[in-house]
Design a protein around this ligand. Structure first.
Ligand code: SF4
Ligand code: SF4
Length: 56
């Protein structure tokens, strides 16, 4: 299980700063989560202003 960032992402970067394991990086047009690194903590979903990170 891991979180995934939807196309709603506005590339603000807030989630990347708050991820405890550094799983989030800037991708092509939106931020992306490395599923191998994500520990499913949900912090990014709480931080995101547009609700882009979703649990898979
Ligand atoms: Fe990082 Fe937690 Fe979001 Fe996974 S759920 S990307 S570990 S903040
Ligand atoms: Fe995208 Fe939300 Fe992360 Fe901002 S906090 S970069 S809008 S997923």
């Amino acid at each position: 299980m891991a979180y995934k960032i939807s196309d709603e992402c506005i590339s603000c970067g807030a989630c990347a700063d708050g991820c405890p394991v550094g799983a989030i990086s800037e991708g092509d047009g939106k931020y992306v989560i490395d599923a191998e690194t994500c520990i499913d903590c949900g912090a990014c979903a709480s931080t995101c202003p547009v609700g882009a990170p979703e649990a898979e």
